[in-house]
Design a protein around this ligand. Structure first.
Ligand code: NAG
Ligand code: NAG
Ligand code: NAG
Ligand code: NAG
Ligand code: NAG
Length: 295
């Protein structure tokens, strides 16, 4: 196992170095989503398909009367409508239904995401912190919608498309395999919020999810809940203890920055492997040092 990861790091390091050289001579690629090491993905891997969503559970997030960003509606009012999220009847994924109207007249295409924290009573959308991102992918580069497992779990517009400007209404229905109505895992959004942004990321309005149907009292498996629910920070499925918690703590604190947090000491190696193209010469030397240390 260790030998394998050292090998893959060497490959990643060499690949990074090569790409750094070639990209300076070829025309700048607009997207860095696909790197020589593969697509950019979470530091804890790709999002996992959630297949044990309790049947019949429905959450709804309805936008409030007033916007957070008042200038969006100079004549009063707000974005209207709701996002309804229903556990897929077979337990695999969540069906999202958006029905919105009175969209802002400009500033699109609009983006929207599941955010880590709920909206406090004062309606402060900033307090929802960053996107729900249990696999620690980060926002940048924007994800490839053809590879939704590589996206942040909460990046719904990244995975299913932004909301165009110039129309009053927007509707969408889709199945997301990575979000969860199953309490106790990082992908659970029932205690979180949705935030509607301008294209420039300014937060226009936000709303909390509320349970509107509990699936007729289907009991939730409790094993994972007891492991994860002691922390107020999201956990990815199956990932454990301090490393995860530390990372997501930092993620939650960063609202729109490009850089991902660096966990302490030994876990710098997997992080570096994921940062791909942005690693420069110094990074290569650091890699080499880390690999020699491991050997
Ligand atoms: C993540 O998913 C992508 C696309 O399916 C795949 O190419 C890549 O190898 C996966 N990465 C990891 C770390 O599993
Ligand atoms: C974002 O766009 C909106 C609408 O165009 C504008 O009112 C707002 O000032 C912009 N925010 C920033 C930070 O540029
Ligand atoms: C809104 O939340 C942010 C982040 O928690 C905080 O910095 C800011 O002071 C809050 N603003 C208000 C008006 O509560
Ligand atoms: C939401 O629920 C998840 C899973 O149960 C938990 O890890 C997270 O800490 C909760 N978040 C908030 C803000 O309560
Ligand atoms: C996480 O911890 C649980 C309980 O201690 C254990 O059963 C599980 O195998 C661990 N998972 C990983 C990925 O280490």
């Amino acid at each position: 196992m260790r030998a394998t990861s050292v090998f893959s790091l060497l490959v990643a390091t060499v690949g990074t170095h090569v790409s750094a050289q070639t990209s300076s001579t070829s025309s700048a690629a607009p997207s860095t989503t696909i790197t020589p090491e593969g697509p950019v993905t979470g530091k804890l891997g790709n999002a996992t398909v959630v297949s044990n969503n309790p049947a019949g559970v429905v959450y709804k997030a309805a936008f409030p009367e007033a916007p957070f960003f008042k200038a969006a509606y100079p004549d009063g009012g707000n974005l209207k409508g709701a996002v309804i999220a229903t556990a897929n009847p077979d337990g695999k994924g969540v069906l999202f239904k958006l029905k919105l109207s009175n969209l802002p007249k400009s500033g699109g295409p609009f983006i929207y995401h599941l955010h880590v924290n709920p909206v406090p009573e004062n309606g402060n959308c900033t307090a929802t912190l960053a996107h729900q991102d249990p696999f620690v992918r980060g926002e940048d580069p924007v994800c490839d919608k053809n590879l939704p497992e590589t996206c942040q779990v909460g990046d719904l517009s990244g995975k299913y498309g932004a909301i165009p400007e110039g129309k009053d209404t927007f509707e969408a229905n889709y199945l997301d395999l990575y979000a969860s109505t199953h309490e106790g895992i990082g992908a659970f959004f029932g205690n979180r919020s949705i935030v509607f942004h301008y294209a420039n990321k300014t937060r226009v309005s936000c709303a909390n999810f509320e349970l509107v149907a509990d699936g007729g009292g289907v009991p939730l498996p409790s094993a994972e809940t007891s492991v994860c629910s002691t922390s107020i920070h999201p956990h990815p499925t199956g990932a454990n203890a301090t490393r995860t918690t530390t990372t997501i703590l930092s993620t939650g604190a960063v609202t729109s920055s490009t850089s991902a947090p660096t966990p302490p000491s030994a876990s710098t190696v997997p992080i570096a492997a994921g940062t791909s193209v942005r690693v420069g010469g110094a990074g290569v030397i650091a890699f080499a040092a880390a690999i020699m240390f491991m050997l």
